[in-house]
Design a binder for this molecule. Structure first.
Ligand SMILES: [Zn+2]
Ligand SMILES: [Zn+2]
Length: 96
């Protein structure tokens, strides 16, 4: 997929500069958080700029406008559409 022109949100920029001289043991975790955040950020930006269309929840009989869930954060545009409720349920099941 063509890489979009991404302007990261303030949180990304702050975290990025913060990362440079961040303590090493905390760094791995924050890098992973940043990685995940960037994927979400990219989707948000793509939705706002009309490159990706926000879809409805993929759960059967659920007709709510969804948010993007990532199975694989290294593929930011490969998303599963789940509404807030089903998204939360999904994560609580997966992480349980
Ligand atoms: Zn998710
Ligand atoms: Zn749903």
């Amino acid at each position: 997929m063509v890489e979009l022109d991404i302007r990261y949100c303030d949180k990304c920029i702050v975290k990025k500069s913060y990362n440079n001289d961040y303590i090493k043991q905390q760094r791995k975790k924050s890098e992973w958080e940043l990685f995940k955040h960037k994927a979400r950020c990219k989707v948000q930006y793509a939705i706002r700029s009309g490159k990706i269309k926000r879809e409805k929840c993929k759960i059967r009989d659920c007709d709510v406008l969804a948010e993007a869930h990532h199975e694989d954060y290294s593929q930011p545009y490969n998303v599963v559409w789940l509404c807030k409720q089903h998204h939360t349920e999904y994560h609580s099941k997966v992480l349980a």
